[in-house]
Design a protein around this ligand. Structure first.
Ligand code: ZN
Ligand code: ZN
Ligand code: FE
Length: 761
């Protein structure tokens, strides 16, 4: 007999790892014990050398579905004899292990939920080792019931027996409960008695069917829900939430229902029904109330991921609900019950809530399938706090991200943990939420940052936060687009020593020369970048006003291209005489105009010029609608940028659009030709840079690459010319992915470490 101590690291807590070890030990007739510790899953096994060897292999290869085994360390210890295998109490200690993201209700639980003979028949909080809340209820490590918000629900005898039975699916499943010992579902309606349990569900369904807006407590926060086929109800929600035209996502009862709403291919179906259950963006079939996504070419769809959702989406009652974050526009999602009653008072007609607290907020994730691969727009519930492995070790660091769509990132060694969606840092409540989420993630990961990293923008709130909270630690700055490109390199496992050509297209980022950058070609490694090309500067007339009013960008681009503002052009008509006079003056004098190379703004300009959208109610609306138009048009390569020494002048493109408008060319064709011109520009610049430098890898990053048509167009064109293309699959291309790039640029252990992290050469 021999004895072996083992330590398993990775995502191994909250995923049924100890029961798995227990069963494995029983199978191999091994004696010993196992426990969760701050180091991971740790234990000892004793048996024949052959059995120990098999244990050593199978502990990695046969691990439970939600587990990710990063490493298995073993060492021989003196044999002690003994029989039987035990799961020991968790040992406290410095935490350095990974907590699972929240997981959608599994099939086994769903079957029980629908089985009238099961003791959890229709129990709204059914979970097991393979599913249920994790990240959002964990208050500390090691992961045990005492370190979750379920601590207030002592297990009844029946649940305790399952919890203690190594052969049960709920063996050591921390969040389990049943109708006798678990949380209670409650419908709160102003001026009426609360309804509880089944009555709450029935009353809630009835209210939704009548057009009410109900605040529904989910995994990571409250949603606001209403019948997605009821135009009056959806409009009411839109108005109350001050939402403008920004599309709502919907929660559909099942996959068949979802297929009736949008074009769901096999890859999208897999994401919709998988354990992460993000919102999947797909081309809409336009079957819901128009107010769900006014004018938008896409619909965001998700399927039920909690038992409450499954029970709520039953007939009689709506089978498709608008399901939007419970918050006022711009504020963080509401998680606390008292806050939900207070802050959502003007938005909801009732509250479907329960008494299991949410420890940290976690918004729904948003993804799209692009050419068979996942393209994340927002990486939150189901994904956070799953780490991104790094090819190059970093010192303990916190990168605070950007100011819009903020996420932050903590890292140490070869792991980076990106936070879930935090929000807009210009909102005071968001800053508070940022700090709470940061403290929680640092606690769960055990990272004690020695370095802070921020964007280089002098007026970013995220940067100001880092400066205020540095406490003597160095604060390093990383240029915005360098961070975008580095995030794509990092998620593809680059160690940052070999340069790539980064194509960073977005709306806004602070440039080294004080201009607003956003149409950048950067030759990057992690240490430095060289700006080898960019869109030619045009004035950004009036900052925010130019962003809200794409016609202003159209006029600025026309002026830069020396094209007249004639009344037959849709953008000129949209501006009106007063604004034309004002714009003419500020463009002539340059007052309030910052130069910009933004690709996002060029999309705005072309959208307005083509008559697609002159004023936007939400970010990227004009570009999204231009892409929608382009999907039904064909490109014949007619539009070309003028390229001179890496400077891409859009003037010939603008002139061609004006010509097409006067010829009566269809908007879809104009939109498609414009997309084709941007694709050709990317391929041409890449080819020229390769001729100069030999660089054959191109990274596509920045929010403009949320555009499916552009992303696939660029990837195909580059591949056809023999380039290796890095496009985002794990981290969003928009500013929600910025923090990862900041981190690898500034916190890498190898290489130099200047005070100013980014070097422009
Ligand atoms: Zn389950
Ligand atoms: Zn129970
Ligand atoms: Fe950006």
């Amino acid at each position: 007999m021999e004895r072996m101590r083992f330590t398993v690291r990775g995502v191994v807590q909250g995923v049924g790892f100890r029961p798995f070890v227990y069963a494995l030990a029983a199978d191999l007739a091994l004696a010993g014990h196992v426990a969760n510790t701050g180091d991971g899953v740790v234990g000892e096994v004793e048996g024949t050398p052959a059995a120990l060897a098999r244990f050593r292999t199978r502990i990695a290869t046969d691990a439970p579905p939600l587990a990710v085994v990063e490493s298995v360390r073993t060492e021989r210890v003196p044999a002690r004899g003994g029989t039987g295998f035990t799961i020991r109490e968790s040992a406290r200690g410095p935490a350095r292990t990974l907590v699972s993201p929240d997981v959608a209700t599994c099939d086994a639980c769903l079957a029980e939920l629908r089985d009238p003979t099961d003791r959890r028949f229709r129990h709204p909080f059914i979970t097991c080792t393979h599913c249920g809340p994790r990240f959002t209820i964990v208050t500390g490590l090691p992961y045990d019931r005492a370190a979750t918000t379920m601590v207030r629900f002592p297990l009844c005898d029946a649940c305790a027996a399952e919890y203690a039975d190594p052969t049960d699916r709920r063996f050591h499943a921390q969040p389990i409960a049943c109708p006798d010992c678990g949380p209670t579902l409650r419908l709160v309606r102003p001026g009426r008695r609360d309804a509880v349990g089944e009555d709450a569900l029935a009353a809630c369904r009835a209210m939704l069917a009548e057009g009410a807006v109900v605040a529904v407590k989910g995994l990571g926060g409250y949603h606001l829900a209403c019948d997605a086929t009821d135009e009056t109800a959806v409009r009411a929600l839109r108005k109350r939430k001050d939402r403008g035209d920004k599309p709502f996502a919907v929660l559909a009862a099942d996959l068949d229902t979802a297929r009736g709403l949008a074009e769901i291919d096999a890859d999208a179906a897999e994401l919709l029904t998988g354990p992460r259950r993000p919102i999947v963006l797909a081309h809409t079939l336009g079957r819901l109330a128009p107010a769900v996504a006014p004018g938008g070419p896409d619909l965001g769809v998700m399927l039920p991921y909690t038992p409450v959702h499954h029970l709520l989406l039953e007939s009689p009652g709506p089978l498709v609900l608008v399901c939007t974050s419970g918050n006022l526009s711009g504020e963080p999602i509401v998680t606390d019950d008292a806050q939900a009653f207070d802050r959502l008072a003007a938005l909801a007609d009732a509250w479907l809530c329960h008494d299991r607290p949410i420890h940290v907020p976690c918004d729904d994730s948003v993804v799209r399938v692009v050419a068979g691969a996942e393209l994340p727009y927002r990486r939150s519930r189901g994904y956070a706090p799953f780490p991104v492995p790094l090819a190059t070790p970093v010192r303990p660091a916190l990168a605070v991200g950007g100011d819009v769509k903020n996420t932050f990132c903590v890292a140490d060694g070869r792991y980076a943990w990106l936070s879930g969606h935090v929000g807009d840092m210009n909102d005071v409540a968001t800053l508070t939420a940022f700090d709470a989420a940061r403290a929680h993630l640092e606690r769960l990961t055990g990272v004690a940052p020695e370095v802070l990293v921020t964007d280089a923008h002098p007026r970013y709130q995220s940067r100001a936060w880092a400066d205020r909270n540095a406490a003597g630690r160095p604060v390093l700055r990383v240029q915005h687009h360098h961070a975008h490109v580095a995030s794509a390199m990092a998620e593809h496992g680059h160690d940052g020593t070999t340069p790539v050509l980064g194509v960073a297209f977005d709306g806004t980022g602070y440039g080294d020369d004080g201009a607003v950058w956003g149409g950048e070609f950067l030759l990057c490694d992690y240490d430095s970048y060289r700006r080898v090309g960019h869109l030619a500067y045009v004035p950004l007339p009036g900052g925010d006003a130019a962003v809200r009013n794409p016609y202003r960008m159209a006029l600025s681009h026309l002026r830069a291209a020396e094209l007249d503002w004639t009344g037959d052009l849709p953008c000129v008509a949209a501006a009106g005489p007063a604004d034309l006079a004002l714009l003419s003056r500020i463009l002539d004098t340059g007052t309030g105009c910052v130069p910009t190379s933004s690709m996002g703004r060029l999309y705005d300009a072309v959208a307005s010029l083509a008559g697609v959208r002159h004023r936007v109610g939400y970010e990227a609306q004009a570009a999204i609608e231009l892409e929608g138009a382009a999907r039904v048009g064909t490109d014949d390569g007619r539009y070309r940028f003028a390229l001179d020494g890496g400077i891409a002048d859009a003037a010939p493109v603008l002139a061609a659009v004006v010509d097409d408008l006067r010829l009566g060319t269809a908007v879809s064709r104009i939109a498609a030709r414009f997309h084709g011109a941007v694709v050709a520009l990317v391929a041409d610049v890449a080819t020229a840079v390769r001729a100069d430098t030999g660089v054959e890898t191109v990274a596509l990053s920045g929010g403009v690459f949320c555009n499916e048509l552009l992303t696939t167009g660029c990837a195909d064109a580059l591949a056809a010319r023999g380039f290796r293309v890095l496009r985002h699959r794990r981290v969003p291309p928009n500013d929600a992915g910025l923090a990862l790039g900041q981190l690898v640029v500034a916190a890498r252990l190898a290489g130099h470490q200047d005070k100013e992290a980014t070097r422009c050469v």
